[in-house]
Design a binder for this molecule. Structure first.
Ligand code: HEM
Length: 390
């Protein structure tokens, strides 16, 4: 296989700070290319990314379709492919739409507004610790209908799991990740065992699977885990990225303040512009040609969402933040049968965030050097100091 002509290391400092130049180089010079260190094909053009995400018959999420083993604890909606995925995915989708999402958004709005009011007088505050993580935790717990664990303790567990998603690049992350997942399983298990039925989405799901048998039970429990941990970590990372983009774009903040109709399209554009989820992997289920390149059955294929999201072949002025962009069929929430189950919740929380920010008297501004988290799959901040002071 020809070597990748672009040096791409998702963990090098320059790429963590700004991945878009190297993603553009990949997309223009080698849109489907074998990456030896990651042992996979990297896919960077919008149309090719979309094809991999849509054609689940050719690109498998479930490694068992290629005769590979999947640990029991990983069997969730995220691993199953159609037709086996349908029961559990539609159960969670129906449960989500049965929730009072307007009430959820209102509670999140109040939470964000009171936190911002408390933070505004401080000369400098920390986005992830003071706002993004507590908001994301409260919103996900509210959605699922459970009491959230203590924020600090939970942030550590979730961070360890998030870092272990890069276990392919750094095997030392795998064991701590396994232990953190055990902790998460025990927590989610306790919600299922509690004698009092939880309210919210989990209550809905539990009520409808009471006699479903152990197979569905197991998928439901593991999917609840993905929703809680995945939903929390992605939402917290997205809030950080959105606030970073806005802090560095005073005109965008002004537009959101003065033209409230831009907020709904704006939150989608902010996720397209600098979304948190960088990639996802599938396995070629047959020999296929992708972007003119022969991909063999069993090869790993990694879709780089943010490369597709900045593809000028699909988006006009892809490197500009255009809050009014419509249509905006970006890949920040994935696409196809594994597209994000929590999109409507994330959109509502992000609208609540920009609403509350617009109500603040002063603009949000950077207040010191930020630090990107050294993770490849999730683009997030470790530190993001900001201020609301004039
Ligand atoms: C802005 C915040 C969010 C972003 C950008 C985001 C992004 C994504 C992306 C890109 C995927 C697809 C990954 C793939 O194809 O492998 C995904 C899947 C998923 N997301 Fe989200 N997500 C967000 C928030 C949430 C929230 C709040 C929840 C839960 C309430 C959630 C639950 C899920 C689940 C369960 C899946 C797996 C779906 C499946 O495989 O069928 N996400 N998300």
């Amino acid at each position: 296989m020809p070597a990748c002509p672009v040096r791409y290391d998702p963990l090098d400092a320059a790429t963590l700070a700004d991945p878009y130049p190297v993603l553009t180089a990949l997309r223009t010079r080698a849109p489907v290319t074998w990456h030896e260190p990651m042992e996979c094909w990297l896919v960077t053009r919008y149309a090719d990314c979309m094809r991999v995400l849509r054609e689940h018959e050719h690109f498998a999420r479930d490694p068992r379709r290629l005769g590979r083993r999947v640990p029991e604890a990983s069997l969730s909606v995220q691993v199953l492919d159609p037709p086996h995925q349908a029961t559990v995915r539609s159960l969670f989708m129906t449960a989500l739409h049965a929730q009072d999402l307007t009430g959820l958004q209102e509670r999140a709005s109040q939470d964000i507004a009171s936190r911002l009011d408390g933070l505004a007088p401080q000369p400098v505050w920390e986005v992830m610790r003071d706002l993004a993580q507590p908001i994301a935790l409260a919103a996900i717990a509210d959605l699922l209908g459970v009491t959230p664990p203590p924020a600090c303790e939970w942030a550590q567990v979730s961070d360890t799991i998030m870092r272990s998603m890069d276990g392919g690049l750094n095997p030392a992350l795998v064991e701590p990740g396994r232990l953190a997942k055990e902790h998460l399983s025990a927590l989610v298990g306790s919600w299922f065992e509690a004698s009092s039925r939880p309210a919210g989405l989990l209550g809905y799901v539990r009520a409808r699977t009471a006699d479903a048998g152990p197979e569905l039970d197991r998928y439901v429990m593991h999917t609840a885990r993905v929703m809680f941990q995945g939903g929390y970590s992605t939402l917290a990372a997205a809030i950080g990225n959105v606030l970073d983009t806005l802090a560095r774009n005073p005109q965008a903040q002004r537009a959101l303040r003065e033209e409230p109709h831009l907020r709904a399209t704006g939150v989608d554009e902010l996720v397209r512009y600098d979304g948190p989820v960088q990639g996802t992997t599938r396995l070629a289920a047959a020999d296929v040609t992708l972007g003119g390149i022969a991909v063999c059955r069993g090869d790993k294929v990694t879709v780089l969402f943010q490369a597709g999201n900045r593809d000028p072949g699909h988006f006009e002025y892809p490197d500009r933040l255009l809050l009014e962009r419509l249509p905006n069929r970006h890949l920040g929430y994935g696409w196809g049968t594994h597209a994000c189950l929590g999109t409507i919740v994330a959109q509502r929380i992000l609208v609540a965030l920009v609403d509350a920010l617009a109500d603040q008297p002063g603009p949000l501004r950077p207040a010191g050097p930020s630090l990107r988290r050294r993770t490849a799959t999730m683009r997030a901040f470790d530190q993001l100091p900001v201020t609301l002071q004039p």
